[in-house]
Write a protein that binds this ligand. Structure first.
Ligand code: GLU
Length: 509
């Protein structure tokens, strides 16, 4: 690594919400910057006005904030290299495009969209699928390389619309080094004369990206693999300007869990998991769900994302952001696409939920229940439910019986497991419960064991029917703990009601 100060940027285009792949790119940039005492910058690349989506920029910044990976320079944050939104730097790009023209690295092209479309159609009819504006075709098109200088000046003066294109040389090998992929060599015969400056007075992504990376002293470009094909052009632009090229690292694609395709925004809703960090509603009112609203903790989401393409080389999987910063290196990022695993994502969330203190979970429960439960109760609910839950809301939905009496009883289990003698056994057990003076989990357990012993029966004959009466469901945390939590009076009346309700179910069957 060079000893230039590390300055990296995440450069999203505000063309929609930030896909989780984008969050991973931001995360790796963040981790790399922190690890090397560098600076993490966000730059909004909005030069493509046609694809601009209102609200997307705020969405991106809000999502990064939720993830806890805020940049140190960026829009709304400041920094000495601003503005950090390309449309606000609009005036700065044209002189660079013109500089390329005077250096004969670029040229004016006056072909109209219709003319180019008709070229494409003709080529197609002749069996050439991908017609390109390149070092061969440009010789017969309308540009400053084919037209006489006087004609070019006339067209420019008359205000005829033009674009500025890169003059791609013939048959040159462009070599670039990528930290993740090693040396990449591309021959310029495979590259077209990309537009650098558009007729609407805006630069294209390529020109603006290079000009700004240089202006902002970017040391490393860490971005998705989909930008690798653009990298040779970028290297040529750095050379054309005589600027030092930053180091490159192109991150592996995120793949769908059910195949090898790229994880797209449609996959999430099709397969039942979010693809976006936070909810996003399109202007047509279509909702794409987000990790935040589904109840994921940002720490769990970030931990999961870090592992999509990187691993620490040890068996440790749970990492705080600080630990990730410590462990992260681009050298340990894989080349191959990373398959997204929704189950593993839940596993991370479960781990983070379990690691939270009951007191902290009680605060989250308090928010979900609008403070309707006493805090002490919420702490106990967290204690009882957290081992079996994935999300905070699971503790309330799966443990609804901790708050209100059951309305429904699990019919399927009752019909399978409830025997004719069970009614009498539960009535006898109820009588025992009534004798317990100090109604604690330990005392209930001691009494229960003595009851089984006296009756000479196994645990299964009573425990699940007891549970069904009290909770209505077949599984949950320990029944002695649940009983302790509910209190003696409540347990007694729930058994009494449960026996009546279950008898109805059995009789109706
Ligand atoms: N604006 C590009 C994007 O939307 C940035 C690519 C890059 O980082 O160079 O992803």
């Amino acid at each position: 690594m060079s000893n230039k100060p590390v300055r990296v940027r995440f450069a999203p285009s505000p063309t929609g919400p930030l896909h989780m792949g984008g969050v991973r790119t931001a995360l790796y940039n963040y981790l790399f910057a922190k690890k090397h005492n560098g600076t993490f910058i966000i730059r909004i690349e909005d030069t493509d006005q046609a694809r601009f989506v209102p609200g997307a920029q705020d969405y991106i910044l809000d999502a990064l904030k939720w993830c806890g990976i805020m940049p140190t320079e960026g829009p709304g944050i400041g920094g000495e290299f601003g503005p950090y939104v390309q449309s606000e730097r609009k005036e700065s790009y044209k002189p660079f495009a013109e500089q390329l023209i005077s250096n004969e690295k670029a040229y004016y092209a006056f072909d109209s969209a219709e003319e180019l479309d008709s070229m494409r159609d003709q080529a197609k009819q002749m069996g050439m699928a991908n017609w390109q504006y390149n070092s061969i075709t440009r010789t017969s098109l309308k540009n400053s390389l084919t037209l006489p200088q006087s004609e070019v000046s006339k067209l420019l003066e008359a205000g005829v619309p033009y674009v500025i294109r890169m003059k791609m040389p013939r048959n040159q090998d462009i070599r670039l080094h990528d930290i993740i992929r090693g040396w990449v060599v591309v021959n310029t015969n495979n590259l077209d004369d990309k537009v650098l400056f558009k007729s609407d007075g805006m630069p294209t992504y390529h020109l603006a990206n290079i000009v700004d990376d240089h202006a902002m002293n970017i040391s490393h470009v860490i971005r998705g693999e989909e930008w690798l094909p653009s990298a040779p052009l970028h290297v040529m632009l750095y050379e054309a300007f005589g600027w030092e090229c930053p180091e490159f690292a192109h991150l592996p694609l995120l793949l769908r869990p059910d195949g090898n395709g790229k994880l797209s925004k449609r996959d999430g809703d099709r397969l039942g998991f979010p693809v976006f960090p936070t909810d996003w509603t399109t202007s047509e009112g279509e909702l794409y769900s987000g990790y935040r609203e589904k109840g994921y903790f940002p720490e769990a989401f970030i931990n999961m994302l870090a592992f999509l393409g990187w691993n620490p080389g040890t068996t440790q999987e749970i990492f705080s952001l600080e630990e990730l910063t410590e462990a992260f290196s681009l050298e340990r990022v894989a080349k191959a696409g990373a398959k997204f695993d929704p189950d593993k994502t839940k596993w991370f969330q479960q781990n983070y939920l379990r690691a939270q203190s009951n007191e902290d979970l009680a605060i989250a429960i308090g928010k979900l229940t609008n403070g309707s439960l006493p805090n002490e109760k919420s702490i106990q609910i967290a204690n009882l439910m957290k081992e079996r839950a994935t999300f905070v809301q699971d503790m309330l939905s799966d443990g609804a019986y901790l708050i209100t009496r059951p309305i429904n009883y699990d019919k399927e289990t009752i019909l399978k497991k409830w025997k004719s003698e069970t009614f009498e056994l539960i009535s006898d057990w109820l009588a025992e419960i009534k004798t317990i003076t100090e109604f604690t989990a330990e005392n209930i357990e001691v009494t229960f064991k003595a009851f089984l012993e006296a009756k000479q029966i196994g645990i299964g004959a009573v425990l699940q029917p007891f549970r069904l009466c009290v909770t209505g469901v077949a599984a949950g945390p320990g029944m002695f703990d649940i009983s302790d939590f509910l209190g003696k009076e409540e347990v007694i009346s729930r058994i009494e009601i449960g026996l009546i309700e279950i008898r109805k179910i059995v009789n109706e069957a």
